[in-house]
Design a protein around this ligand. Structure first.
Ligand code: XIL
Length: 380
């Protein structure tokens, strides 16, 4: 039986390295699922044994998003995906309490929205947007153009030439951006167009291979044409710790700005680990985008804890890492250029890399020390 989240709590709070650690002997706010289970872990009905909480799991954080003015987002499974937020009271409670923005983890990707050349499927994405609207949350659109999770018909498209491929790409963007116009705060227009490291270059994809580098500018221009107010992002992984790859992104940005191609921001996915990238490198990377007058969004944050069998010290170290990353963002990106911070999932069990326990909540929905670390970073 779940208990009220307003249940009186008794917490012993210590402050260490700027981070609040709480040891709770009763049930705390948002530790609600840790209250009722016979095992002390709450027994969330869809919880995974791979990510149960220590019995002392608790948090002093009552609401992440209320600690700041920029969007604090979370990617959610939706529709009939395993652990969809639509069917999960526990996920809904966490989302409403801590997050002011949602990203669709999968259902707005081309393979789901545009399964056949002449068939679009809106129901699931519309349902999620309605849910966000009803609960006062904004939506970040993910993703218009990517080399993965494409529809088979796109991969097999028999375009005669670059112009035919460009028309196909623009038709997709135009139809999708038009459908959602006015309902989204921002779009990932293009995702992961560059390769990694010192040899960073354009990534081979159906888009680059068939259209050439112009596909990037064409995609942004098409998205802007359908929605004058939505923020348009280029999104990629690794760019907070890979200066060569970031340089490719920045040269695209510079080229866009020279040629009046619309772009509002750069999304740093930040699927990172405990040591990489160094905080100084993260700050330098954000600064490059800030210097160009664009918004910076941490779009898919999760942090590999470094072991598949973490102990209490590992969870505390991960909390410190979350704190440092969030503080780096707040301290480097001016308020007007903060597109927000989104974590890539609610619980460790939901995560696309659940084996490395990278998120803010345990599989039983109780809060990890990482939640306190994230909050402490916002308050620096
Ligand atoms: C991932 C989802 O989390 C998984 O459920 C899916 O199987 C694959 O895609 N970069 C992105 C996201 O931009 O779309 C990816 O999401 C994670 C990496």
């Amino acid at each position: 039986m779940r208990k009220s989240i307003y249940q009186l709590t008794l917490s012993q709070v210590t402050k260490s390295s700027g981070l609040f650690y709480a040891l709770t002997i009763a049930c705390v706010l948002m530790g609600f699922t840790a209250c009722g289970g016979e095992d002390g872990n709450g027994g969330g009905s869809t919880s995974s044994s791979s990510s149960s909480s220590p019995s002392s799991s608790s948090s002093t954080v009552t609401s992440l998003y209320q600690l700041t003015t920029f969007p604090i987002g979370v990617a959610v499974p939706a529709s009939n995906w395993n652990n969809s937020i639509i069917d999960s009271p526990e996920r809904q409670q966490i989302a409403k309490t801590h997050f002011s923005q949602l990203s669709a983890e999968n259902i707005m990707k081309p393979s789901y929205l545009h399964p056949q050349e002449n068939t679009y499927f809106w129901d699931d994405a519309d349902e999620l947007i309605d849910y966000a609207d009803a609960n006062g949350m904004s939506m970040h659109g993910h993703v218009l153009i990517w080399h993965k999770q494409l529809a088979d018909w796109m991969i097999n498209f028999n375009g005669a030439d670059a112009a035919a491929w460009n028309t196909m790409m623009v038709d997709h963007i135009t139809t999708v951006a038009d459908h959602f116009a006015g309902h989204l705060q921002s779009w990932d227009v293009v995702n992961e167009a560059f390769t990694d490291g010192t040899t960073s270059s354009y990534r081979s994809s159906i888009w680059y291979d068939n259209i050439g580098e112009d596909f990037l500018a064409n995609a942004f221009t098409a998205a802007r044409a359908e929605d004058p107010n939505v923020d348009l992002y280029y999104n990629d992984y690794g760019i907070s710790g890979d200066p060569d790859k970031l340089a490719m992104v920045l040269s695209m940005v510079d080229n866009f700005q020279t040629n009046a191609v619309p772009i509002d921001g750069v999304g740093f996915q930040m699927h990172i680990d405990m040591y990489w990238p160094a905080i100084a490198t993260i700050q330098d990377s954000f600064q490059e985008v800030v210097d160009r007058g664009l918004k910076v969004k941490i779009s898919e944050l999760d942090i590999d804890i470094g072991t598949e069998t973490p102990d209490a010290d590992d969870y505390q170290a991960q909390a410190t890492r979350f704190q440092e990353v969030v503080a780096a963002y707040v301290n480097t990106v001016p308020a007007a250029q903060r597109g927000g911070i989104t974590v890539w999932g609610i619980t460790d069990s939901d995560s696309w890399r659940s084996e490395v326990h990278p998120l803010l909540f345990y599989g039983d929905f109780s809060p990890k020390p990482a939640l306190d670390g994230f909050a402490a970073g916002l308050e620096e």
